[in-house]
Design a protein around this ligand. Structure first.
Ligand code: FE2
Length: 310
């Protein structure tokens, strides 16, 4: 269980607070504050159903370095939803998460739509604040990988900002390791019950913000972040280190120079290891209605695990 994967039982991770030498070595290897530009992340794809060896290697490489890649289909006319399934499969991103609003095939069609019951912001044209996906999921069902494919951009707006959680981890640890200790606490962040029409549809969920995957399996030692910048519906553990650390995260997210921004065009998509992201508000017409496919996985992009142990 991730819950038990605190720094004391993960010996070989640079994210263990007990091993500063491993941390410093890892920082040096990844050039500490590596901040990608679109050029660093972009991969051109000829056929999403049959990635070439080079295309696949390029995606995996970018996910190793930055936890994210931006792809561009050479033919934006390919837009059947099955392309998302195909990409995930080829990148060994298994186990799709079926969330409350996902379509039958577990891939969500993110578009403005009428909603009965609770209104979920992803299905409106409003801005979405910073978060990692599935932060409200049970700890054994955390989301480690995401594919987002743009079929149609909005007429205006809808820019996504992204930030690698490793960058946030480094800034916090360099500022004050006690911040990390606070954020790795099993009760650091609690999401209250989700209630719809008087019925609990999702139980309250407590857990750490930063987790290290246990020292077993192909993703041993990977860093995972569970976070939402929402002011409501998040209960932070009431200690000065926790609250100061959360303030610092929000300050880092608010600084433009720290984040990567992209406005996905038709045929473009993001493949990532559930990095922090947000979405700006957008507007459109019936003729230009924004549509994105989104798949969430319980596994990260193939090969991403290696980066933490190299
Ligand atoms: Fe998201």
């Amino acid at each position: 269980m991730l819950q038990q994967a605190n720094q004391s039982i993960v010996a070989d991770s640079p994210f263990s607070l007990d091993d500063n030498a491993a941390y410093l070595q890892w920082c040096e290897q990844r050039q500490r504050y590596s901040q990608p530009a679109l050029n660093d992340l972009q991969v051109s794809i000829k056929d999403p159903y049959q990635l070439s060896v080079d295309e696949k290697a390029a995606i995996v490489e970018r996910c190793k370095s930055f936890n994210m890649a931006v792809y561009q289909l050479r033919d934006p006319g390919i837009k059947d939803k099955s392309l998302v399934h195909a990409l995930g499969k080829q990148l060994s991103m298994k186990n799709l998460d079926a969330n409350i609003r996902a379509d039958e095939d577990s891939v969500s069609s993110l578009e403005v739509r009428e909603q009965a019951g609770n209104k979920y912001i992803p299905y409106t044209n409003k801005a979405l604040s910073w978060h990692t996906d599935g932060y409200y999921n049970p700890l054994e069902k955390q989301i480690f990988g995401i594919i987002m494919h743009c079929v149609r951009p909005a007429a205006e707006g809808g820019v996504n900002s992204l930030l690698n959680p490793e960058n946030v981890y480094i800034r916090l640890r360099d500022e004050n390791p006690a911040y990390l200790e606070a954020l790795m606490h099993p009760e650091a962040m609690t999401i209250p019950d989700n209630v719809e029409a008087g019925k609990v549809i999702r139980e309250a969920q407590s857990g750490p913000v930063f987790m290290i995957k246990p020292p077993v399996g192909s993703e041993a030692g990977r860093l995972h972040m569970r976070f939402s910048a929402r002011k409501r519906n998040i209960i932070w553990r009431d200690t000065p280190d926790t609250l100061n650390a959360v303030d610092m995260i929000n300050d880092l997210l608010a600084e433009e120079k720290n984040v990567f921004k992209v406005r996905l065009e038709a045929g473009q998509g993001i493949i990532c290891n559930n990095v922090l992201h947000n979405r700006a508000a957008f507007s459109g017409s019936d003729a230009q209605k924004r549509l994105l496919y989104r798949a969430r996985y319980y596994g990260a992009v193939a090969g991403a695990a290696a980066m933490n142990n190299e």
